[in-house]
Design a protein around this ligand. Structure first.
Ligand code: GLC
Length: 847
């Protein structure tokens, strides 16, 4: 009896579990959905709609090389709105050709093929040669757990991953996982995640082919590369839309151009943003600011900017000035200007909670009801630098517009730029370091339905929208001045409003090392104008570290020396011998000589989306024998623009020699002008040239690509100063005739938008090898901006003997003049100078 009872229980259990097991095909539990079988298909002009049970998938082509995938697990899509993707791009579409077989369904564009396997359901995108771009990882393609979702993609073992913003760690994201939740991370280390920014955008690389993937979801998102599954990478979010874009290259440069098309270009910054910038938490009182300015000038450290941190403010209250510490604040700004120094002020987003105290930001914001609310309708109050503080609701256009007006006084006083810090947002004395999850934000925004959103949805875009308010406010206040805003927190697309930095790093060799992959990945995420606090923020750098950091920083997009309160002073003349100071000055000077190249590269970045600071694979996307990017042996090497390769040591404090594998084109030593002997087999496009480098404090190894023409200028002490002397064109002849040899130069007034009306100067340079000489051609410039020079000095590098003679033909008619030349054996250089103001010429130099 007992046995029979037990038996029936077992049978019942088997029956029960087999029913559940059948149900697992679609629903493991009511809250679990896996999209595993196509149940209906509807072709669209620009893509396809697929049903998988209750779920609906939309796959559409915005362009032939750019797809969008949206999934609604219950068939209901959320509103089609985005903080990141430009509306004009989002609504773009191309026609596709539907494809349909028994097993598969999908479509084809002029560049890509989309195939959805029906059962089990699986998405695969290939190029038209059949190379897989992305492919679902079976058996787990796409799944939902309540509101959370995850998309799994197959990861071939020779695929590599880049991007995701400022996240620390190696350049390649493979074998790591990350969360996106903007976090004030003072004291972050190499393994800290998350830190300040959320940029759910990655770039894959496999055998020279790259694709971008952007998950357009502002909630807490996460990315896993080969940790959960060795053969898969995945991305997901705890809530919000499953809405992602695929940006096909074929190379990473093309992906970045598409990324800029999708999310916006970085506006051209003012030229002074490329100068050296001196900051500290904090310079005060006023006499200290003046002392620093005087010292920068008396030490002849070329500098453009002094930054004032929170202590210029009265009790750390944004938009105030402490009248005791800064009795002549307005005059100080003017006096700094007279010394050719711009002032950048910090203006954090937390407004001191000061009812009835005549504090305008609080009074106005409260009257207009612009502050973030608790669920009970009261204003949310959190503690930050000023003590108790309230926070503008930056997801309301009206609140942002109002925020922008707060800058009026400072702009009228002549303050040049602004710094939006603490905008993760940072809140002290709470374990989450930020606002509670349930505070309420209003979304009142063109393109969005008006509604109340929880902090969980808004958190990651709060900082971006803060910097947007600042940027747009500044544009409003001074419509013909290029705004300069630096933000700490941001989101994908935030490059439209602000430059950024890597937050509170530390004065250690490892942080110097770490800054390079971090800035490279920021550039690969759209944030090209980035810097790391030079010298390190927390702690005091050893003299050698400060020297090295100032050397490397001179070749990075934003070059700002910044340090924490209580640390040893960190200006270039501090903490070192006179030799150290000379070295530090020498590298900053080199940056200023390179300004024409740096600015030209910046303008290219702004126009094309390709960052100034580039990993080698961006210029040399060729795979090695294992399919890896060629520069994987290159440690901390990076390119500034297309042509300068900065070969910092993989571990900059180690005394050992290190190897650098120069990509297989010709190279020159930037410092000596000597040609680098190519690897066996020559600069054949196949074999990298291995160079052994010895770490010396006085030389940061820099190589120039053969075939480059680099424009330089005479030394100035700030970008205000008009260079006095010739434009210098450094010509690095190609290895073989017929190979590319070119360069270009872009100039404008550096501050206004007149360039949009044609007030710029753009010239292209080319060179050509001749049987026993070289010709250099400077094409007539376009644009109406008058350059500073009357003379051009052409420098041919790699020279081992003097020229026999040189002639110049001016393209405006005057021709055939013989030119004197000079040979510098140590610099491997022949120099010839001629009159020219942008009309163009051709110079022939015979050996
Ligand atoms: C934050 C910033 C730092 C700044 C400090 C004081 O820590 O990251 O750069 O100096 O706040 O404003």
């Amino acid at each position: 009896m007992l046995k029979a009872w037990r038996l029936s229980l077992v049978i019942l259990a088997i029956l029960f579990f087999s029913v559940v097991a059948t149900a697992t095909e679609v629903h493991l539990q009511p809250d679990f959905v896996r999209l595993d079988r196509v149940t209906a298909v509807q072709p669209l002009a620009n893509g396809i709609t697929i049903r998988a049970g209750a779920a609906v998938l939309h796959i559409t082509a915005l362009r032939d090389d750019l797809l969008r995938v949206r999934v609604a697990p219950d068939g209901r899509f959320p509103e089609d709105a985005s903080w990141t993707v430009l509306t004009a791009s989002r609504v773009d579409a191309v026609n596709v050709i539907a494809e349909n077989t028994n097993a598969d369904v999908g479509f084809k564009t002029a560049k890509l093929r989309v195939t959805i396997h029906r059962d089990p359901m699986s998405l695969r995108v290939t190029d038209l040669e059949g190379r897989v771009i992305v492919e679902n990882f079976s058996p787990r393609p796409i799944e939902y757990h309540e509101h959370a979702f995850r998309v799994y993609l197959r990861s071939p073992e020779d695929e590599h991953y880049f991007g995701l913003g400022d996240k620390p760690g190696p350049l390649d994201r493979r074998n790591a996982s990350f969360a996106n939740w903007n976090t004030d991370s003072f004291g972050w280390q190499e393994s800290t995640d998350p830190i300040y920014k959320s940029i759910p955008f990655l770039i894959t690389y496999r055998g020279g082919i790259s694709t971008g993937i952007f998950l357009d979801n502002t909630w807490r998102t996460s990315f896993d590369f080969n940790k959960e599954y060795r053969d898969a990478y995945s991305f997901g979010a705890e809530d919000g839309p499953l809405d992602f874009y695929l940006l096909y290259g074929p190379d990473a440069k093309a992906v970045l151009a598409s990324w800029a098309w999708l999310t916006g270009h970085t506006p051209l910054p003012p030229l002074w943003a490329l100068g050296f910038q001196q900051s500290r938490y904090s310079y005060y009182p006023e006499s200290e600011v003046r002392r620093i300015a005087d010292r920068l000038r008396s030490e002849h450290i070329p500098t453009d900017v002094i930054w004032l941190d929170i202590d210029y403010q009265l009790k750390n209250r944004p938009f105030t000035v402490d009248p005791e510490r800064f009795p002549h604040f307005d005059q100080m700004i003017q006096d700094l200007k007279a010394q050719h120094l711009k002032t950048v002020l910090i203006t954090d987003l937390h407004i001191a909670d000061l009812p009835g105290a005549n504090y305008k930001p609080y009074d106005e914001g409260q009257t207009k009801d612009y502050f973030v609310k608790n669920p009970d309708g009261s204003t949310f109050v959190g503690t930050v630098w000023p003590g108790k503080a309230v926070f503008p609701d930056f997801t309301r256009q009206a609140a942002r517009d109002w925020w922008g007006t707060l800058y009026a006084d400072f702009v009228h006083k002549g303050v040049a730029g602004f710094w939006n810090d603490m905008n993760e947002p940072s809140v002290f004395d709470v374990p989450s370091k930020t606002m509670p999850d349930d505070v309420q934000h209003h979304i009142e925004e063109p393109g969005f339905a008006s509604r109340i959103a929880s902090h969980l949805e808004v958190h990651n875009i709060f900082g971006m929208e803060n910097s947007r308010g600042t940027y747009e406010g500044l544009l409003n206040l001074a419509p013909n001045l290029r705004p300069f805003v630096m933000t700490r927190a941001s989101f994908a697309g935030g490059q439209r409003y602000a430059v950024t930095w890597t937050g509170d790093n530390a004065s250690t060799w490892n942080h110097l090392r770490q800054s390079i992959p971090q800035l490279l990945n920021l550039g690969l995420s759209g944030f090209a104008l980035s810097g790391a606090d030079v010298g390190g923020f927390a702690g005091s750098p050893q003299p050698d570290l400060l020297t090295r950091w100032l050397e490397v920083g001179a070749f990075e997009p934003i070059d700002r020396d910044h340090s924490a309160s209580g640390t040893h002073p960190q200006e270039p003349w501090e903490n070192g011998t006179p030799e150290d100071v000379n070295l530090r000055r020498r590298y900053i000077e080199e940056r200023y000589r390179l300004l024409p190249y740096l600015y030209t590269t910046t303008e290219e970045m702004s126009r094309t989306g390709v960052p100034m600071m580039r990993p080698l694979f961006l210029e040399f996307p060729w795979p090695d024998a294992n399919g890896s990017p060629l520069d994987f042996g290159a440690g901390n090497a990076f390119l500034l623009g297309a042509d300068l390769l900065i070969a910092e040591a993989p571990f900059p404090d180690e005394l050992d020699d290190y190897m650098i594998a120069l990509p297989p084109v010709g190279w020159y030593d930037y410092w000596t002008g000597a040609r680098i002997e190519p690897a066996k087999g020559g600069a054949d496009g196949k074999h990298p040239t291995e160079v052994r480098l010895h770490r010396e404090l006085d030389t940061l190894p820099i190589f120039v690509r053969a075939g480059a023409i680099i424009p330089e200028q005479p030394l100035v002490q700030s970008t205000d100063e008009r260079p006095n002397g010739p434009l210098i064109l450094r010509v690095y002849p190609p290895t073989n005739s017929g190979e590319k040899c070119s360069g270009s130069l872009y100039l404008d007034d550096g501050v206004s938008f007149a360039y949009k009306q044609g007030v710029f100067f753009r010239a292209a340079f080319t060179c050509q090898l001749m049987p026993d000489g070289i010709s250099v051609r400077v094409a007539p410039a376009s644009g109406s901006f008058a350059p500073w020079w009357k003379q051009v000095s052409v420098e041919i590098y790699g020279a081992t003997k003097a020229a026999s003679h040189a002639t110049v033909t001016h393209l405006d008619g005057k021709g055939g003049a013989l030119l004197p030349t000079a040979f510098d054996v140590k610099q491997h250089r022949i120099t010839a100078s001629m009159q020219d103001e942008g009309k163009g010429f051709e110079m022939k130099l015979m050996y």
